[in-house]
Design a protein around this ligand. Structure first.
Ligand code: DGT
Ligand code: CA
Ligand code: ZN
Length: 504
């Protein structure tokens, strides 16, 4: 992860063990030599096999420290969801900004880039070097802190009570921008930027941008200055992953990414008519006051001809329509739209017939069964239905508990574009489905997207921001997102699909 000044003789991936309290490079070196270890996984195995016990130079404390350090190398399964990391990150940031010696601080790493899962939280902190001890002292006493596992000159590593780790990267005003750029990553992006700097005769690292010829420091107090000196347009953190974005920045072709303020409404909401907690009237009142820039909301309860719990039957649909009409009547305009979420059945048919689907303002079709099958054919069949406007949570993944089912995405997105069917970015914290890479693929094929919350409770409406992040990481501008437009535009989209199907 990070390099260490005293670590030249160690394999790079082991270097950061040296920040751990009480572990010296000579001890780590001796262990590596004795057991012929070159990589961190080999080191972990040695520790797990209790091989360290046979190593006389290590004290009991040394062994404890090493074990604790290795626990922090989390695997994929232990990554946390973006929603939780945002809350934790905000809490820690708020806390350290109260310390008078902290001049400035910002979240970096995968959290700043808005990735759907987060390994650990990175925070860049600007303070005078004379204040570092004081800062460490305060971090140790912060109520959120469980223990401090690394306390280097430039880096402090902390485990919070919920076992999430947070790194603080300490810097001063002169190097703040370069630090923020470096610790925002991604690693791949950093490597690409570094290469580009090299070809321009610069050196770029966490300390700044330097002119190699005359060893002169060029930038940077501000992140933006580095981009300017490298003749690049500013690249938003969400896009900092691959070469393509650097080329785009050179050519002034960075897309203007969609923002939360641009959204005009939430397009998937469940009320207590199906499996949601709240009445439609209550949801409408809440949304109207909390999200004043929304022009419409779409109630999309589950419905089917089959009589199961929490699913609307045809008779319920008629009664629900009357209730929505009454609410809109009281509001004076059609703020609440009548939507529905139907199941895509085994054979690609839907859980409601077209005669009923026709009545709705918005129809979402989604797979709720056979999560391990290849679902390409079912999804394509749903797209071919002229009354289906959107495919809900298209990949079916549940982060941390269910893998996406196999789909031929090229085929599906081509069909969606050809039929004028939108794809959903479901913003529930454990869905985020489509994910960023699929979003990128979808918009490249001209597919329109919807960002919605799939909320079942009032507090879930805030998750819209997570969906915005996915869209931004996928490179979406306002034009790619259908619900960043008025309802009139959505009606046009629906009409186009009907016309393409030969229906007027
Ligand atoms: P995560 O924590 O696994 O969700 O992912 P990141 O991106 O937050 O990565 P992390 O926490 O290991 O490091 C934070 C940033 O620091 C990373 O995005 C880029 C920078 N960085 C860390 N180690 C290296 C490195 O070895 N080389 C380069 N080029 N950059 C690094
Ligand atoms: Ca991180
Ligand atoms: Zn669903």
């Amino acid at each position: 992860m990070k390099t260490h000044a005293n670590a030249r003789t160690l394999p790079a991936t082991l270097a950061e063990l040296l920040d751990i309290k009480g572990i010296t490079s000579s001890k780590v070196n001796a262990i590596c030599k004795a057991f012929q270890i070159n990589t961190l996984p080999e080191f972990t195995t040695a520790v797990e096999m209790e091989q360290l016990d046979s190593f006389p130079e290590l004290t009991g404390d040394d062994k404890k420290n090493i074990k604790r350090a290795l626990k922090l190398y989390k695997n994929e399964e232990s990554r946390i969801q973006l929603a939780e990391a945002i809350l934790q990150g905000k809490e820690v940031l708020h806390c350290i900004l109260q310390f008078p010696e902290v001049q400035k601080a910002a979240v970096a790493g995968s959290l700043r880039r808005g990735k759907d899962t987060i390994g650990d939280i990175d925070i860049v902190v600007q303070l005078d070097s004379t204040d570092r001890r004081k800062f460490l002292y305060k971090i140790a006493r912060m109520p959120l802190t469980d223990n401090i596992f690394a306390a280097g000159k430039k880096r402090i590593g902390v485990v919070l009570h919920n076992q999430l780790s947070v790194y603080f990267y300490l810097t001063d005003a002169k190097h703040y921008g370069a630090s923020l750029l470096y610790y925002t990553g991604s690693k791949n992006y950093n490597a690409l930027m570094k290469n580009m700097a090299t070809t321009m005769g610069y050196r770029l690292d966490a300390n700044g941008l330097y002119d190699v010829k005359n060893h002169q420091y060029i930038a940077t107090e501000k992140e933006e200055e580095i981009f300017q000196h490298m003749l690049l347009d500013y690249i938003p953190p969400e896009l900092r992953e691959e070469q393509g974005v650097i080329t785009a920045a050179e050519q002034h072709a960075i897309p203007s990414l969609v923002t939360f303020d641009q959204l005009k409404g939430d397009m998937q909401i469940h009320s207590n008519w199906s499996d949601g907690d709240e009445s439609i009237a209550h949801i409408a009142r809440y949304m109207f006051s909390i999200f004043p820039h929304y022009q419409y909301i779409v109630i999309t309860d589950h419905a089917s001809l089959e009589g199961t719990d929490h699913v609307l039957q045809p008779a319920d649909i008629t009664r629900q329509a009357a209730e929505i009409a009454k609410i809109n009547n009281e509001m004076g305009y059609d703020y609440v739209k009548r939507g529905v979420e139907v199941d895509i059945l085994d054979d690609g048919q839907l859980s409601l017939p077209n005669e009923l689907l026709k009545q709705f303002d918005w129809v979402i079709a989604a797979v709720h069964s056979h999560f391990t099958h290849d679902n390409t054919a079912r999804l394509i069949k749903a797209c071919e239905n002229p009354y289906v406007h959107c495919i809900g949570h298209p990949s079916g993944r549940l982060i941390g508990s269910r893998d996406p089912y196999p789909v031929d995405w090229d085929k599906l997105f081509s069909k969606a574009a050809a039929t004028g069917t939108a794809m959903e970015i479901n913003a529930r914290p454990n869905r985020l489905d489509l994910d960023d890479t699929l979003v990128k693929k979808a918009i490249a094929k001209g597919v329109k997207l919807i960002i919605d919350t799939d909320a079942h409770q009032l507090n879930q409406f805030d998750c819209m921001q997570l969906g915005i992040w996915v869209a931004r990481r996928g490179g979406c501008g306002k034009a790619d997102i259908l619900n960043a437009h008025s309802w009139k535009e959505i009606e046009k989209f629906k009409k186009n699909k009907l016309s393409a199907s030969g229906i007027n």
